[in-house]
Design a protein around this ligand. Structure first.
Ligand code: AMP
Length: 219
């Protein structure tokens, strides 16, 4: 049973890397705070509407809101046997400290990528509205093209158009990268001190084999 944290700037490939881990540990829960907020926003819940104010500007949602949400998710029974991948949490030192109060994680994987790759990944990424499969216009388009910026989803066969996430713009990207850099240092230091930090070269995570992944997550 593994309790993993994926850490890295927006566009470092946390979602893609989580999918790679799930190939090795199919039952592990993937908990993405960004996905939970987007789901709440879609359903127009109070939590979603509150988070929207911050997400639209590329700012962090306040700690108390995120921490309560994660504490609630981590209390669910399915995690006791299968463990979890936390993707996008903690994003501040207060969140890291709160997480230590809730549970002891096994590893924090720090995904390292160049700014160039980040920009391409963020400005080109889109997903299938039907099954959630993630693509990139520049680096990983679906195989069958139907027209300009239109494809057939490789996974479920639905028609998909290139639509950026509303916070994947150049302006919010700058805010999100600035917020990341400001908050990352103390978090990295915190996990280094606990000897739980492991750096991962994330320029090409799609090329990793199951064996590579197992080595990285130590299973
Ligand atoms: P992500 O999909 O991880 O890039 O998250 C999208 C947005 O959700 C972020 O830009 C924040 O506004 C918000 N968010 C996600 N996770 C957190 C977190 N741990 N703390 C604060 N805000 C978060």
């Amino acid at each position: 049973m593994k309790k993993l944290v994926l850490f890295g700037p927006p566009g470092s490939g946390k979602g893609t890397f989580s999918a790679q881990i799930k190939k090795v540990l199919p039952d592990i829960a993937h908990i993405s705070t960004g996905d939970i907020f987007r789901e709440n926003l879609k359903n127009e819940t109070p939590l979603g509407l509150k988070a929207k104010e911050y997400m639209d500007k590329g700012e962090l949602v306040p700690d108390d809101v995120v921490i309560d949400m994660v504490a609630d998710r981590l209390s669910k029974d399915d995690l006791k046997q299968n463990g979890f991948i936390l993707d996008g949490f903690p994003r501040t030192l207060a969140q890291a400290e709160a997480l230590s109060e809730i549970t002891q994680v096994d590893l924090l994987l720090l995904l390292e990528v160049s700014r160039d790759v980040i920009t391409k990944r963020i400005l080109g990424r889109f997903g299938c509205n039907e099954c959630g499969e993630i693509y990139n216009k520049y680096t990983l388009p679906p195989k069958i093209e139907k027209g300009e910026d239109q494809w057939i989803c490789d996974k479920c066969g639905a028609e998909i158009k290139f639509e950026q996430r509303s916070d994947d713009t150049e302006e919010t990207l700058k805010n999100r990268l600035d917020a990341y850099e400001k908050n990352a240092k103390p978090i990295i230091k915190y996990y280094k001190k606990k000897k739980l930090l492991k750096k991962v070269d994330a320029e090409n995570t799609l090329d990793l084999s199951a064996g590579d992944i197992k080595k990285i997550i130590e299973v």
